[in-house]
Design a protein around this ligand. Sequence first.
Ligand code: SF4
Ligand code: SF4
Length: 190
Amino acid sequence: MYIITENGSKALDLNFTNEISRRSGEDIKACFQCQKCASGCPIAEYGEMDTNQVIRMIQFGLKDELLKSKAIWVCVGCETCGARCPNGIRIAAIMDTLREMAIEEGITPAEKDIYLFHQCFLDSAKSLGRVHEATMLMKYKLKSGHLMDDVGVGLKMFLKGKLALFPHSVSSKSEVRKIFEWAKQKRSGH
Ligand code: SF4
Ligand code: SF4
């Protein structure tokens, strides 16, 4: 949180703050804690802290506490917070950055199933060019052990034609893979 400056006084360690700003493209320092973002967040009750508190922790350089928190995993990326923020801060992009950093640093996700779901989703998009829900969900269920969860919902979706049994072919799979490569290089700062 703090560094000791050359004259021996304490100062906030802004390395973490600056890194999140660089990687997410969002201006963390512009947040003045009006809390408009938190008031519309649909998952506020599940994440241990409000969205404005996440931003405050970044401003204070509380890296370990934040990367180990549930708050960064329960965000569903709905962008409500970004739409409400008077400074245009897109917290969904910041949450993505925090999750990426937690994984890079080898921190066990506070919400393992959510991380597993992310992996299955991205693997499906990368290998098929678009997500195929049925195989993606099967993979998630096998890996998580939650075999019978939401079976009724899945059946209803299938009967309404919302869950295709076979993947649709996509002509531009190589283009989609290039996007994954581009994102990987961007993350590493190249
Ligand atoms: S993007 Fe995430 S943090 Fe923002 S309102 Fe939606 S769920 Fe909440
Ligand atoms: S709405 Fe924007 S300025 Fe207000 S607390 Fe949230 S991130 Fe900060």
